[in-house]
Design a protein around this ligand. Structure first.
Ligand SMILES: C[S@@+](CC[C@H](N)C(=O)[O-])C[C@H]1O[C@@H](n2cnc3c(N)ncnc32)[C@H](O)[C@@H]1O
Length: 254
């Protein structure tokens, strides 16, 4: 498994919706798109939260994700719910679309899945390339807390569509403060009658202090217009949950 861009495939994509612990509320993202303007693009849209809710509200929003399996689930959900949606199978750090967007956003701290600063800067450059000169980018980030030891091995279970039992647990976690990276080994299981599948995958989060991320954004041609904490107050280098709003530093060349 190369990195998080490949993590959400197979049993992980199947387990994602039944076992997920967090679903982004669509309203803040709908409000962001209404304020920033359309068309809009959600990066890391996965199986469609909150992308499909925004489409149901009539907003012109497309999605991008690196996992074909997650996008397949997104398309199936959209068809079931009678919603039309355009999604692109691409990595955000290699984004190449033939459109620019007035609003580009990630819903929740998906940007923390990019493995290092160089990949993050590449993604920010691609975002700038796809932003209209008057466009706005919304990027939530967090500094993950170490997982308490007592939670290692704790199993979460849910039924799959075919009645199999899906299980998830964290096996181990390592933290590298200098690299700003935390890597967990996650175990996914599927049990049905005599058939069992058990897969362990490494899941890495890379985090940023406010100043780290600001430096990358500026290098990529983006200017922060606000950096806030979870309560909407000005964030600093100790803030654990940051939301960056960014605009183009200069009009695009040509
Ligand atoms: C935590 S899920 C969030 C999905 C959805 N927005 C939600 O909240 O339910 C993160 C998504 O980001 C995608 N992803 C990870 N790395 C990516 C990358 N480099 N480029 C594009 N998508 C990526 C994964 O495939 C996955 O679908």
């Amino acid at each position: 498994m190369a990195d998080a861009a490949d993590f959400y495939t197979g049993i992980v994509a199947e387990s994602y919706a039944p076992l997920k612990s967090f679903s982004p509320e669509p309203d803040p993202y709908a409000a962001f798109v209404r304020a920033a303007g359309e068309p809009a693009l959600e990066l890391g849209c996965g199986d469609g939260d909150p992308l499909l809710a925004l489409r149901r509200q009539g907003l012109d929003v497309a999605g991008v994700d690196s996992s074909a399996d997650m996008l397949e689930r997104c398309r199936e959900r959209a068809a079931r719910e009678g919603v039309t949606v355009t999604v692109h199978h691409q990595r955000m750090e290699e984004l190449r679309l033939d459109r620019r967007f007035r609003a580009v956003f990630l819903a929740g701290p998906t940007f923390n899945l990019l493995p290092d600063d160089a990949t993050a800067e590449a993604a920010l450059r691609r975002v700038r390339e796809h932003l209209t000169d008057d466009g706005t980018v919304l990027i939530p980030l967090h500094v993950p807390a170490p997982t308490p030891a007592r939670e290692l091995g704790t199993v979460r279970a849910a039924p799959a569509a075919d009645g199999a039992e899906l299980r998830f647990s964290m096996v181990s976690e390592e933290r590298d403060e200098a690299a700003r990276t935390q890597t967990a080994v996650l175990r996914y299981e599927r049990h049905r009658g005599d058939e069992s599948t058990v897969v362990e995958r490494a899941w890495a989060l890379h985090w940023y202090r406010r100043s780290d991320f600001e430096r990358l954004a500026v290098a990529a041609g983006l200017t922060p217009v606000s950096v806030t904490d979870a309560d909407g107050a000005e964030a600093d280098d100790d803030t654990a949950y940051l939301t960056f709003r960014l605009r183009a530093a200069e009009p695009a060349a040509g």
